[in-house]
Design a protein. Sequence first.
Length: 117
Amino acid sequence: QVQVVESGGGLVQAGGSLRLSCAVSGSIFRLSNIHWYRQAPGKQRDWVATITSGGFTNYADSVKGRFTISRDNAKITVYLQMNNLKPEDTAVYYCLAKVGPSSSDYWGQGTQVTVSS
């Protein structure tokens, strides 16, 4: 049984910072690529960042230079450090764990991030 649990969301002023956490229980964590997505009200769910099982990272252009994704295999947790937040970053942030292209998708329940201007 795989469980994905996000935490760390909240309300912050523009220019502030938040760190989101994504804990993945079960045996798949070390093999998984972990992705962060976000969904603003009335909009589609957009990809934000990825960290592979080997530690390679990739970011959407909209967050590059402001967000940093990292993983701690000992704590089976992935982090998303978000700096210089903007009102347009307001969304529900979701974590996706996936071992490979043909494997199952394991989504968390999401955590709300609200950035006030």
